[in-house]
Each structure stands twice: as structure tokens, then as C-alpha cells.
Design a binder for this molecule. Structure first.
Ligand SMILES: Nc1ncnc2c1ncn2[C@@H]1O[C@H](COP(=O)(O)OP(=O)(O)OP(=O)(O)O)[C@@H](O)[C@H]1O
Ligand SMILES: [Mg+2]
Length: 266
């Protein structure tokens, strides 16, 4: 039997309705096919990893899930109902929070302000409505509670400017922001790239915590040990297509790399 006759391996999914589902997404850039009919599902309390070589379409896929790109074809469903995001704000309003590959935190602002960036709260009453005064105290208190809830132990002080934080702590702020507001799905593109062992572990713990809170996480990573540590299922992307969906139980890291590079078909 030739490789084209074999169905790609598709690990079983949990029962029920996926929180987020993509059906046969297509996204082209001129003559470059970024995504060629890619489907994906993520269920409550599940960590779905997306792996694949450079240029395999991982970032394009998540951008199509988050309104950053509008797919040429295909469908998105949130809790089983079709949705169309015209931009990232639509996806955020729907409860999908994303930390993009080139992560954006504002270095000059403190941790609390970064958490509330773009969602600043005004003071109650006339001070807020008329004078547009920010509810700094309230936001800091909530930021503190959020940081505690997420167990980011190294972020002791939410009034510290982010530029004074280490790379890992900055990443933690970005992930915390996504975790704080991602009521439906949290999407992380390479959250542990360029982080040290300790800092990476903090981000991985945060992912575990989100899973415990039943918030599905989609995480792109090139780091196979991290992927195999946190993922329930692993979507393998290759040359714009889904090559397989495997699990840490069904396949080894060596298998995963073989599927990624095309050395194996399942
Ligand atoms: N805005 C764009 N304009 C033109 N081509 C693009 C654009 N975005 C992505 N592509 C192309 O689509 C393909 C998939 O790119 P994508 O960024 O999704 O890869 P990736 O899997 O995230 O890679 P990496 O591991 O390097 O981050 C590549 O060939 C890329 O050059
Ligand atoms: Mg990418």
C-alpha cells in the first residue's frame, strides 16, 4: 500500500462538543499555500499541542483561529456554533486569548497595567465616566488575585514595570494575561522558546493549571519534551497539512519527529 492510501493517524478525542473546532481551513498567500484544508478540535480541560517544522503552517493555523487571519475557506465553530471572526478583537470578545509568537507586553508599564492592557477599568461613578480616571487600585488588587490564582510565584509585585522582569517573568505576564481573560480557549505560540529551565517550568505549570480549570489550551512548541510533558493530544502539521494527531501514549518523540519531517506517514 502506498503512503497516499494510508489514512493519517487520528487519536481518539474526548466525548462531547469541542469548545473550538476548525473544519478544513484553507489560507493562501499569493502562490504560497499556508494551510491546505486543516481541521482541528479542542475539548474542555484538554491541552492540544501543535508541532511541525518551520513553515509548516502552525502560526498561520492559530492566526486563523484567532481572527488575525481570515481563512479563504473552511469553518470555525465555538461550542458547536459557527462563528466568523473579522479580527483579533472578535476572538477576544468570544473568550479566545492568544499569546503570539512575537509576544507583546509593554515594557514600560507595570505588571497590573499589562494584564489589563486594552481592557483598562475606569473608576466607578463620575470620576470614571466623566474624567476617565482609571481604577488603578481595583485593577492592581484583581491582578494580584489573578497572579495568585495562577500560581505565578515569582511575580510578587504587580506594580513592578515589566522591563525590570526577567524574560521568563515577562512571558509569565503574557501567559497570565491570556489565562486571566481566556474564558474559552488559551492559545500559546512558542511560549517556552528562549526561556530557561526554571522559567519554562513555570509556563508549563501555568498550562497545567489552566487544564485543571477545564480551560482548553492550544500550544505550539518545537520543544518535544515539553510537548510530551503537557499535551493530551498532538496535532502534527506538515507542509500546510495535518499529517496526524497523536498522543504521548500512542507515539514516541522519535515517531513524532518522523511524522513531522515526512520520514514516516503515521
Ligand atoms: N503573511 C504572510 N505572507 C506570506 N506568506 C506567509 C505569511 N504568513 C505565513 N506565510 C507562509 O506560510 C507558510 C506557513 O508559515 P507559518 O508562519 O504558519 O509557519 P510556522 O509553522 O509557524 O513556522 P515556524 O516554526 O517557523 O514559526 C510559510 O511558507 C510562510 O512563509
Ligand atoms: Mg510560527
Amino acid at each position: 500500500m502506498s503512503a497516499t492510501d494510508t489514512q493519517p493517524f487520528e487519536a481518539p478525542t474526548p466525548e462531547g462538543v469541542p469548545v473550538l473546532e476548525a473544519k478544513r481551513l484553507v489560507k493562501t498567500f499569493g502562490r504560497v499555500v499556508g494551510l491546505d484544508g486543516v481541521s482541528l478540535k479542542v475539548f474542555p480541560g484538554e491541552v492540544l499541542a501543535i508541532i511541525g517544522d518551520n513553515g509548516a503552517g502552525k502560526s498561520t493555523l492559530i492566526k486563523c483561529l484567532t481572527g488575525a487571519y481570515i481563512p479563504d475557506e473552511g469553518q470555525l465553530l465555538l461550542d458547536g456554533a459557527p462563528v466568523q471572526f473579522r479580527g483579533p478583537q472578535d476572538a477576544r470578545s468570544a473568550g479566545i486569548e492568544t499569546v503570539y509568537q512575537n509576544l507583546a507586553v509593554s515594557p514600560a508599564l507595570d505588571v497590573a497595567s499589562n494584564l489589563y492592557l486594552g481592557r483598562e477599568r475606569r473608576k466607578p461613578g463620575i470620576m470614571g465616566s466623566l474624567f476617565r480616571a482609571l481604577d488603578t487600585k481595583g485593577m492592581r488588587a484583581d491582578a494580584r488575585a489573578e497572579v495568585q490564582r495562577l500560581g505565578i510565584s515569582t511575580l510578587q509585585d504587580v506594580t513592578v514595570p515589566v522591563e525590570n522582569l526577567s524574560g521568563g517573568q515577562r512571558q509569565a505576564v503574557a501567559v497570565a494575561r491570556a489565562a486571566a481573560f481566556g474564558s474559552k480557549v488559551v492559545i500559546l505560540d512558542e511560549p517556552t522558546a528562549a526561556l530557561g529551565v526554571r522559567e519554562s517550568n513555570q509556563v508549563l505549570e501555568l498550562i497545567q493549571r489552566l487544564r485543571e480549570q477545564r480551560v482548553p489550551v492550544i500550544v505550539i512548541s518545537h520543544n518535544m519534551p515539553h510537548v510530551f510533558q503537557v499535551a493530551d493530544r498532538i496535532h502534527v502539521q506538515r507542509l500546510g497539512k495535518k499529517a496526524a494527531t497523536i498522543t504521548p501514549d500512542s507515539h514516541s518523540m522519535t515517531d513524532a519527529v518522523a511524522i513531522m519531517t515526512g520520514a514516516a506517514t503515521v
